[in-house]
Structures are given as structure tokens and as C-alpha cells.
Design a protein around this ligand. Structure first.
Ligand code: PGA
Length: 254
């Protein structure tokens, strides 16, 4: 049985003081998280120490939206996986489509980032997803599997709890358009099969595959119904406590 994961990607939103208020309100309203659901928040780097402080002892995890492909050194402006891990973070997103697109991050760089995350003790949340023209031309599965393969070149997670894969169709991110539950499930199943080829059947059985792209309380339950979809990577709907809390409860079957 895979524990569903609901992860909130705040992107470049909120100040440290706004984050502090959000965490407090969220923990107050959450009470005890529904059994069998893992919750993680992914705020931008300057908010991570606030997450570490406010979420300590709550069972709610946190992580970074990106880490450097280098372990340490003269890389001005970069943030290392070791720095993030030292704060008590559990996760690091790598290969988000906004980074692939605006910073032209190729899958080879994403693989190097995943490798650094693992070496620092973080679990990478590896994002893959196709642009609209690829989906319309019928090439989505082939495109995404190729992206997965290249983004995992040389990456050895060691166990299924040391990797999360998020399928995020580019055309669904922040657009209000979502993949159909059937398309999300088909892709999640294809990703799991590819992970079985890469790391073995036991690994693939245990690894979590998330969907992301315009998740909201109104569409999350039907997306989660897919047997291979193990939760969500949530952007916009994670910014408000009420909507994110609703998603967490839905993942717990409430
Ligand atoms: P969205 O973002 O939920 O706002 O579409 C998802 C993501 O980019 O992870």
C-alpha cells in the first residue's frame, strides 16, 4: 500500500512572515492529519527555516522547489541540497516544468540535481510532463517516458521511498485545465512500468506517482481514483489554507 502524498508547491509566493501565519493556521485547522496521508509544503528557499521552525513535530513535511546540481562551491546564487537537508527538509522538487521552460533546464541537469538531492538525504520529487502540441499529436506517453529516462540517468534512489515522480502536463499547470482522470491514470501507469524496467518490480510497486496541474477540491477525488495515482503536486490551490486542507482531507478519503 502506497501512502498518498499531497504536496503544496508555493512557487514564488509568500514572504517569511506570511508563511509563518499560514503554517500556524494550517496546523490549527488540520488537527491530526488524516491517517495514511502524507502532507508536504514546498516553499521558496528563504521560507524554509520558517517551515522548519513552525512544522517541527507536526508530522507535516517540507522541502525545496529546486536544488543545485553541485554539492557546494563557488556557484553564486545557488542553493545546495546539503543546505536544504540540514534544515530538516524531506523533499526537493527537481525538473519542474517552469524551470525546464524558463531556465532551459535539460533532463541531464535535472538528473544531476536529483543525484545531489539523494546524496544529501533528500527525496527528489521529479517532475515530467508534455507540452500541448505533443499531447495533441498523440505523443504524450513516449515524450514523458523519454523525459523520465533521461532525468534518471545515473540516479540511484536505493528504495521506493527515496523517489517521487510527478506527472504534470505543461498545458495543465496554472491554466485551469486538468488532464482527464483517465489520461492521468494512463500516464501514471506508464511511468510505473518504466520505473519497473529501470529499478525493478518491487521498487515500481512502492514508488509514488503524483499528478499535478490545476488540482482543486472539485477535481481531486476523481483524479485520485486512478489506481496508479498516489496523490497530487498542487500549485495555486495550496496558497489558501482552506483549499489545501480540503485536498488533504480528500486524499484521506474524507
Ligand atoms: P497548479 O501548479 O496547481 O497551479 O496548476 C501545479 C504545479 O506547478 O506544481
Amino acid at each position: 500500500m502506497r501512502t498518498p502524498l499531497v504536496a503544496g508547491n508555493w512557487k514564488m509566493h509568500k514572504t517569511p512572515s506570511e508563511a509563518r501565519v499560514w503554517f500556524n493556521e494550517f496546523l490549527d485547522e488540520l488537527g491530526a492529519a488524516p491517517p495514511g496521508v502524507e502532507v508536504a509544503l514546498l516553499p521558496s528557499h528563504p521560507l524554509l527555516p520558517v517551515a522548519a521552525e513552525e512544522l517541527a513535530g507536526s508530522g507535516v513535511a517540507f522541502g525545496a522547489q529546486d536544488v543545485s546540481a553541485h554539492a557546494w562551491g563557488a556557484y553564486t546564487g545557488e542553493v545546495s541540497a546539503l543546505q536544504v537537508a540540514d534544515l530538516g527538509a524531506r523533499y526537493a522538487v527537481v525538473g519542474h516544468s517552469e524551470r525546464r521552460r524558463y531556465w532551459r533546464e535539460p533532463s541531464e541537469l535535472v538528473a544531476a540535481k536529483a543525484d545531489q538531492a539523494l546524496k544529501a538525504g533528500l527525496t527528489p520529487i521529479l517532475c515530467v510532463g508534455e507540452p500541448l502540441e505533443v499531447r495533441e499529436a498523440g505523443g504524450a506517453v513516449a515524450y514523458v517516458l523519454d523525459q523520465l529516462r533521461r532525468s534518471l540517468a545515473g540516479v540511484e534512489p536505493g528504495g521506493p521511498d527515496r523517489l517521487v515522480v510527478a506527472y504534470e502536463p505543461v498545458w495543465a499547470i496554472g491554466t485551469g485545465r486538468t488532464a482527464t482522470p483517465a489520461d492521468a491514470e494512463t500516464m501514471a501507469a506508464a511511468l510505473r512500468e518504466e520505473l519497473a524496467v529501470r529499478y525493478g518490480a518491487g521498487f515500481a510497486e512502492g514508488v509514488r506517482v503524483l499528478y499535478g496541474g490545476s488540482i482543486k477540491p472539485e477535481n481531486f477525488a476523481e483524479i485520485l481514483a486512478g489506481a496508479n495515482v498516489d496523490g497530487g503536486l498542487v500549485g495555486g490551490a495550496s496558497l489558501e489554507v482552506a483549499s489545501f486542507l480540503r485536498l488533504v482531507l480528500l486524499a484521506g478519503g474524507l
